[in-house]
Design a protein around this ligand. Sequence first.
Ligand code: HEC
Length: 126
Amino acid sequence: MDEGNRSRSGRASSRRRAVALAAVAAVLAWAAAGTAQTPPRAATLFADADLPLGERLIREHRCAECHARKFGGDGASIYRPKGRISTPGFLRGMVEQCNTELNFGLFPEEVTSVAAVLNRDHYRFD
Ligand code: HEC
């Protein structure tokens, strides 16, 4: 295949690319603040998610009951895909935050599974 020295072709353009990459990295670091991990795509982030486990945890921790008290209905209207949660990583981070604040004691894989269910049912990031 293409094992040549691609990245060394053209010094000026690779330098410009390095600057652009640094800028992208800075934005990503900023976006990642407050989230445990931020692979950009749901397919990657939720690849190992155990959906039945996530569903069970959502029932057991009464997520919907509390959300319904605050937001009415069945509580689902709290999940606002068009709101501030705009990426799968951010969604997972929000679940992590509820987990920490409410002392649910979920393991990281459990947080991922819960977020994956919310993504499947409400946010639909791909
Ligand atoms: C004791 C009440 C309570 C419980 C229990 C609770 N939450 Fe929340 N949750 C809230 C409140 C209040 C907000 C809104 C916070 C805000 O807007 O700043 C929220 C917001 C969220 C959001 C962000 C919604 C959005 O799109 O902005 C997610 C995701 C979420 N909760 C997930 C969960 C999950 C998953 C569980 C169960 C494992 C859970 N929460 C349990 C009170 C609760």
